[in-house]
Design a protein around this ligand. Structure first.
Ligand code: CTP
Length: 394
């Protein structure tokens, strides 16, 4: 056995010494079998939360209504969950109340996929009643028992399936895929925040191209909080598969190609406001390089807003997001970030030319702003005027 299982092992010994069962379960066991990094281990037990509290002196009620408590030992915290049974699901979401059971089999039976329904005891032996290890070996995602029932119990599992495809490079078993297609409508019962959380994990997966193909193929894509232009998204994602770009960068690309105002799109996904601002700013920079940017004033305002928050935003940028950070740096160093910052305005143009105001003013100012941004001229009134005259814009 290896870390982080080893440091959690004393908990299992203590629970067993008190006369109950305990073992490792869930994603950690799956990832251990796959040789992936393991962050947190989950312990399942036949002891109820009340019984666990008599065994351990330091506990925190993190999700006691679902049977989960956190045990603090040697400065570390471990989630311990009482065996639960199925049948308490309401409205296609996770159950609001659960029934505690004493049987590990019952607990594993209510789990989503066979690869997630493997337990490991203190000696490193696997308890695998649904052939989860075989699924891991074959790289297949298959529900425990009836696919219809598992998805109807908790429709978020539709998203989880595709997220696992992206993270693990597995494929969906036939019946599981068929059931996803049939139950895609159930996603309307799931909160946007939970869908977004899964989608973001999907965006960080290595096999996102496969995952995106599945999103389209199963119809999940149409149920997502907002749509991106399919063709461009697929193209970007395909390219990204061989690049180091991560979740934030993909948002950026997808937003770049979407017809909608990016802030509107991101709000639909209920992303945290800090992230919305960070992305808006980076996108503003990208758009500044494109001609159509200036017709999108609101986008620009969003970009300016984030300039104020950039310090905080930088603190949240992960190392792998350096590309985005680089982009933000560039944005910050632009000579002007809005048409309003140009030293020439519409009144100047009317005065200089004697012409009537009209759409031509916007076009001329736009061209001058691009020239300033591209470093062709400085943002000085006289210099801009001479440049405009030379270019026969006025
Ligand atoms: N909708 C869900 C969510 C979770 N589970 C079960 O609860 C375990 C723990 O769930 P969670 O920590 O959310 O996901 P992991 O599978 O551990 O994956 P990861 O840690 O990579 O998010 C899963 O392995 C699975 O057995 C489930 O059956 N149905």
């Amino acid at each position: 056995m290896k870390e982080p299982f080893l440091s959690a092992l004393p908990l299992i010994h203590e629970i067993e010494a008190a006369g109950y069962e305990a073992c490792f379960v869930g994603g950690a066991v799956r990832d251990f079998l796959l040789g992936r990094d393991i962050h947190d281990v989950d312990i399942a037990t036949s002891a109820t939360p009340a019984e666990l509290k008599t065994i351990f002196s330091k506990t925190v009620d993190v999700g006691i209504e679902h049977g989960t408590i956190m045990v603090i030992q040697n400065g570390k915290s471990y989630e311990v969950t009482t065996y639960r049974s199925e049948g308490d699901y309401q409205d296609y979401r996770r159950p609001e109340s659960v029934t505690f059971v004493r049987s590990l089999y019952e607990d594993l039976k209510r789990r989503d996929f066979t690869m997630n329904a493997i337990a490991m005891d203190k000696e490193g032996n696997f308890i695998d009643p649904f052939a989860g290890r075989l699924a891991v070996e074959k790289k297949v995602i298959v529900t425990v028992g009836s696919a219809d029932e598992r998805f109807q119990e908790d429709a978020l599992r539709l998203m989880r399936a595709v997220r696992f495809v992206s993270q693990l490079g597995f494929h969906l078993e036939k019946q599981t895929e068929k059931a996803i297609k049939e139950h895609v409508d159930l996603l309307r019962h799931i909160s946007v925040e939970r869908i977004t959380a899964e989608f973001e994990k999907l965006l960080d997966g290595k096999y996102k191209k496969n995952a995106f193909e599945l999103l389209f193929h199963t119809g999940i894509y149409k149920r997502l909080p907002s749509l991106f232009n399919q063709e461009h998204v697929v193209q970007s994602v395909t390219k990204l598969e061989i690049s180091p770009l991560k979740e934030l960068d993909i948002w950026l690309l997808a937003l770049y190609f979407s017809g909608e105002h990016p802030v509107t799109t991101l709000k639909k996904w209920r992303l945290p406001s800090k992230k919305i601002k960070l992305l808006s700013m980076a996108l503003s920079y990208l758009m500044l390089r494109k001609d159509h940017f200036w017709s999108r004033d609101e986008l620009f305002t969003a970009g300016k807003e984030i300039a104020l928050l950039v310090e905080t935003a930088f603190l949240t940028i992960k190392r792998e997001d350096v590309q985005l950070a680089h982009l933000l740096d560039k944005y910050e160093s632009l000579p002007i970030k809005s048409l309003k910052e140009l030293t020439v305005n519409g009144n100047d143009l009317i005065r200089w030319t004697g012409k009537q105001s009209g759409p031509w003013i916007g076009k001329v100012l736009h061209e001058a702003a691009q020239a300033v941004i591209n470093g062709e001229i400085a943002n000085h009134k006289q210099e801009i005027r001479s440049w405009m005259e030379n270019c026969r814009l006025i």
